[in-house]
Ligand binder design. Sequence first.
Ligand code: MN
Length: 195
Amino acid sequence: MKLELPDLPYAANALEPHMSAETLGFHHGKHHNTYVVKGNELLADAGVDADNLEDLVRESAKVGGPLFNNVAQVYNHNFFWQSMKPAGGGAPTGAIADKINADFGSYDDFKKEFTAGGVGQFGSGWVWLVLDGGKLKIAKTPNAETPLTTSAKPILVCDVWEHAYYLDYQNRRPDFLAAFLDNLVNWDFANKNLA
Ligand code: MN
């Protein structure tokens, strides 16, 4: 299979003012697309293949290096775009709301732990809500690392590489994480992943 750049699930300006069209345009059209193009070159060179993107990430992890980094970043970004929606964020509803209350104590406790994970990821990386051993947990991963290579199932993710927020928030990663949680999170996607 070949890696593909999916269309964004919303217009490039649909997340404004919390994420600008300029940020989304560069992030999707340049950063994400470069992972697709390089990943396809490296997959062809290495002769690595699979039937779906998740398995392609796992197969690439056996090789490691630039191959894994580019393929995993394609999966991570696909997941990130779906983790957001226009007029999203705020307290969740549905099964994910009950599960967050059960496993974190409250939505506020979840917010604190998710924010601390995102702020505490030194340098480039990702902060995830994952389901692991039947419990929701916060996971942070450096660079291109992804829960797909672990026992945990991804539920939601925020990209905390500087390219995700620098044009809009400069060095203020905590402000970006607050905007993500309060105005962008797609809880419908989280509920779908939990089901
Ligand atoms: Mn990114």
